[in-house]
Ligand binder design. Structure first.
Ligand code: SF4
Length: 350
């Protein structure tokens, strides 16, 4: 089982961010949140093989609060424990404490260019970024980059990729800017051709450095892939804690209230009830974003999955072969070109 904890607090709001997060929340609210999360975690009988603390900015919390949260989770031996970090919220002491609990640090860099970070409303200094990247404590470290931001060029993104590789991290996530409605980038028109070129550039540049694409937006040295995400993409059970946290019980998805006050008052989650075959189609489409795609035995291991469904998916994908996907009797995966057109292919399946 996989656990996700959403920490809905940030120093300020980045210009591109549509996640549920409250900038500059008061200390009293944060303490109520921590107490409730700890209560729920202690009451949960499950043992988790992965834990992901995201947000929001989990590292905005004080060391003692983070320690209380980590200590309240039951983890299986060898569990993967990830935490997202804004470098500005880290100190050497906090990093050392986190390394007692987490074995994966995910650092929100977005760009090594001060001007680009300013454009993104990303409140973070070069000094803080380098202090986080120089931290030796964690066996695995991820760094997030963003591309297709207005003003980006192949050269500027190549420089971000070069510095990301030079930092020594073993995992890099590269996301294209998505101009979400409720953000400062709403209405921004993305140059799709440029975005596709930069996506290709990321695959080529990181691949040459041994950091291989394993999902549309994720790259890792072999063995450093994020187990939590790989499990969730494949339809693994996910238990979400905290406001706006999503869960999947193996059949249906549900999401906690996207409002910390309602969540504190015990408002029930919102269920996304759809027929189970529709849910399996969705899971099948989501995991096609991975380079490895599907092995038939993994798909048939999903609750309720049958051979006939697998054959139907293969028939739906057949017109995309061989340019956009490769199909064998016991596995199917998208080609590089297919990953680029995942949206269109997925729409045929859903
Ligand atoms: S730090 Fe992350 S969650 Fe917080 S506003 Fe920025 S992008 Fe959103």
């Amino acid at each position: 089982m996989n656990a996700y904890i959403h920490v809905p607090f940030c120093r300020n709001k980045c210009a591109y961010c549509a996640f549920y997060s409250l900038p500059a929340a008061d200390g009293d609210l944060i303490q109520k949140y921590v107490a409730e999360i700890v209560r729920q975690l202690q009451a949960c009988p499950a043992t988790f093989s992965t834990l992901y603390l995201g947000g929001g900015t989990p590292t905005l919390l004080a060391e003692k609060d983070l320690e209380r949260i980590f200590s309240a989770v039951r983890l299986a031996p060898g569990a993967e424990v990830s935490i997202e970090a804004n470098p500005e919220t880290l100190t050497p002491e906090k990093l050392a404490m986190l390394s007692n609990y987490a074995n994966r640090l995910s650092i929100g860099v977005q760009s090594f260019s001060v001007n680009k970070r300013k454009k993104l409303g990303r409140d973070c200094s070069d000094k803080a970024i380098h202090a986080a990247l120089d931290c030796p404590h964690f066996p695995h470290r991820n760094l997030d980059l963003m591309y297709a931001v207005p003003g980006d060029t192949a050269d500027s993104f190549r420089e971000d990729l070069r510095l990301a590789v030079a930092s020594g991290v073993d995992h890099i996530s590269c996301y294209s800017l998505t101009p979400e409605e409720q953000t400062a980038f709403a209405g921004t028109v993305i140059d799709e051709e440029m975005s596709a070129d930069l996506w290709q550039l990321a695959g080529d540049t990181l691949g040459e450095a041994g950091i291989l694409r394993y999902e549309i937006s994720n790259y890792a040295r072999p063995g450093a892939e994020c187990r939590h995400n790989v499990n969730v993409w494949k339809g693994g059970i996910l238990q979400g804690f905290g406001p706006a946290a999503a869960s999947f019980d193996g059949h249906q998805r549900y999401r906690q209230q996207e409002n910390v006050t309602s969540w504190l008052h015990g408002a029930p989650p919102e269920w996304d009830m759809i027929p189970e075959d529709a849910r399996r189609r969705e899971i099948f489409a989501v995991n096609l974003r991975t380079v490895a795609g599907w092995k038939k035995r993994d798909f048939l291991a999903l609750p309720g999955a049958v051979e006939e469904e697998w054959q139907t998916f293969l028939q739906t994908l057949a017109p995309f072969s061989p340019l956009y996907c490769t199909i064998a009797s016991d596995e199917v995966k998208l080609t590089d070109r297919g990953l680029l057109f995942w949206d269109s292919i997925a729409s045929e399946l859903l």
